[in-house]
Every structure is written in C-alpha cells, then in structure tokens.
Design a protein around this ligand. Structure first.
Ligand SMILES: CCCCCCCC/C=C\CCCCCCCC(=O)OC[C@H](COP(=O)(O)O[C@@H]1[C@H](O)[C@H](OP(=O)(O)O)[C@@H](O)[C@H](O)[C@H]1O)OC(=O)CCCCCCC/C=C\CCCCCCCC
Ligand SMILES: Nc1ccn([C@@H]2O[C@H](COP(=O)(O)O)[C@@H](O)[C@H]2O)c(=O)n1
Ligand SMILES: [Mg+2]
Ligand SMILES: [Mg+2]
Length: 220
C-alpha cells in the first residue's frame, strides 16, 4: 500500500537530492552499498544495546537510500538488471540486520525469549514474503497481489515503534511497549501476506499451466 501511494511523494521529494549526487559523480550502486552498510550499522550496533532512539535515527538517515538509488539510475538512464539484483539482494540484508538487532536485544539485556522469537519470526517471514514474489516472477507469473504487509510497511511499523520506544531512555514512561506491539503486528501481518502471496501464486500457476503445461525453462 505504501509502495503504491507513498512512492510518488518520496520520488518528488528525493529527485533533487538524487540529481545532486549524480552531478557529484556518485553512482547508484555506491548509494545502494553505502545505504545498506549504514542500516546494518544502525541496527547491529545500537539495537542490541537497547539504544532504539539513536539506532532508528541512524537507520532512517540511510534507509531512504533505497529510494534514491533507483531514482538516480532512472534519471541518468542507467537502470540495469545488475542494479535491480543488487538493490533487492541488499534489501534482504538490511531487513535481516534490523530484525536481528531486535532479536539480539531480547536475547540479551532485553531478556524476553518470546519477543526474541517474534523478532526472529519477523526476520524469517519477511525474507520468505519477498522470496515468494521473486520466485513467482522468475517462473513467469505476475504475482499480482502484493498483500497486506510489504517491505515498506514492515519497515515503517517497526522503525516508528522503535524510535518512539527509544524515548523511554529520555524519561517518557511506558512508551517502550510500542516495540513489542509493532513486532507482533509485523509478525501476524507478514504471515497473512505470505498466505496471500502463496494463494496468488497457486492460482496464477494453475491458470498458466492450464493455458500451456509447464515443461519449458520457466518451470525450473
Ligand atoms: C521524537 C520521535 C522520534 C521517533 C523517531 C522516528 C524516526 C522515523 C522512523 C521511521 C522511519 C522509517 C522509514 C522507513 C522508510 C522505508 C523506505 C524504504 O526504503 O522503503 C522501501 C520500499 C521498497 O523498495 P523496493 O521496491 O526497492 O524493494 C522491493 C521490496 O523490498 C520487495 O519486498 P516485499 O514487499 O516483496 O517484501 C521485494 O520483493 C523487491 O525485491 C524489492 O525490490 O520502498 C517503498 O515502498 C516506497 C515507499 C516508501 C514509503 C516510506 C514511508 C515513510 C513514512 C513515514 C516515515 C516517517 C515517519 C516518522 C514518524 C515519526 C513518529 C514520531
Ligand atoms: N544500484 C541500483 C539500484 C536500483 N537500480 C534500478 O532501480 C530499480 C529500483 O528502484 P527503487 O526506486 O526501488 O530503488 C531497480 O529495479 C533497478 O532498475 C539500479 O539500476 N541500480
Ligand atoms: Mg532502491
Ligand atoms: Mg530496494
């Protein structure tokens, strides 16, 4: 949903910045790589220590690179298959680091095995949700239903909650409860999304196989 409705707004806002980076000679691939490194650092340095406010600030500074890199590639007319592969692959790395950061906190000083398991479930289910689309598309299906909780929703729900929960360290009472709530929402939402996508691929593959039985390169 956010991908559909918020992307146009962020494209307008980020286009001048993307143009500036191109004028400075920065490549889209460099933005993809640096953005991922920044997200990983924010998540894996700050979150395991329970520094949710500063971790979220660092991640927020870098996570929008995922909208800037593609914008730069399109403006410069250099969108490439390699760029698409790099972008999507490093999205998985960044997402893994964010939810691993939460899991490491709950496995350590956060001391909550259930929430550690929920964070690991968010990590794994998010990766599988993305894989369903990638694999469905690789066998020639449109995967027309993106589902309830796409990547943008996973990031916004968990990062807004983490940033606000981090205000607990500045004396705001009870606000830290937002992070467990967000993790449960992302976990349940990802499961629903996974089911939506699997049902979609099942339907689309049945339709495609009825039209032409699978025995070519697309079904490998
Ligand atoms: C005093 C208060 C302190 C509180 C501090 C809070 C700070 C702010 C907190 C959070 C900000 C979070 C921002 C998160 C922004 C995410 C942007 C982003 O990168 O989105 C990526 C997304 C997808 O990009 P791609 O097309 O490249 O990726 C594809 C996708 O990953 C597919 O995955 P799947 O969905 O299938 O699982 C893959 O299949 C595919 O391979 C891959 O290519 O981009 C978008 O969706 C575009 C829309 C972005 C919308 C961002 C909205 C941000 C909205 C609000 C943020 C600010 C909120 C501030 C709140 C402050 C509260 C007080
Ligand atoms: N280093 C890169 C990154 C992205 N691309 C192209 O942009 C598309 C993704 O756009 P986003 O707005 O989601 O970043 C991607 O599919 C590539 O076509 C690129 O070429 N090089
Ligand atoms: Mg991108
Ligand atoms: Mg991306």
């Amino acid at each position: 949903m956010l991908n559909k409705y918020a992307r146009a707004f962020f494209t307008r806002v980020l286009t001048p910045f993307a143009a500036l980076l191109l004028r400075l000679g920065v490549s889209p691939d460099a933005v993809t790589l640096i953005g991922t490194a920044g997200v990983m650092a924010g998540a894996l340095v700050f979150f395991p220590m329970g520094e949710f406010f500063w971790g979220t600030i660092v991640i927020t500074l870098f996570v929008f690179s995922d909208l800037v890199d593609g914008n730069m590639a399109r403006q410069a007319g250099i969108s490439s298959r390699w760029g698409a592969f790099l972008d999507s692959t490093l999205d998985r790395v960044a997402d893994g680091a964010i939810f691993a950061g939460f899991a490491l906190w709950y496995a350590g000083s956060g001391d909550d095995n259930v929430l550690c398991a929920v964070a690991i479930f968010c990590l794994a289910s998010g990766q599988v949700v993305s894989y369903t689309k990638a694999r469905g598309e690789s066998i020639g299906l449109p995967v027309a239903v993106n589902g309830l909780v796409e990547r943008a929703e996973r990031l916004v729900i968990s990062l807004v909650a983490a940033g606000l929960a981090g205000l607990h360290a500045f004396g705001v009472p009870h606000i830290d409860i937002l992070l467990p709530i967000a993790l449960w929402i992302v976990a349940v939402g990802s499961l629903v999304t996974l089911i939506q996508r699997v049902v979609t691929v099942r339907r689309e593959s049945a339709e495609a196989d009825a039209a032409s039985p699978a025995n070519g390169p697309a079904d490998r």
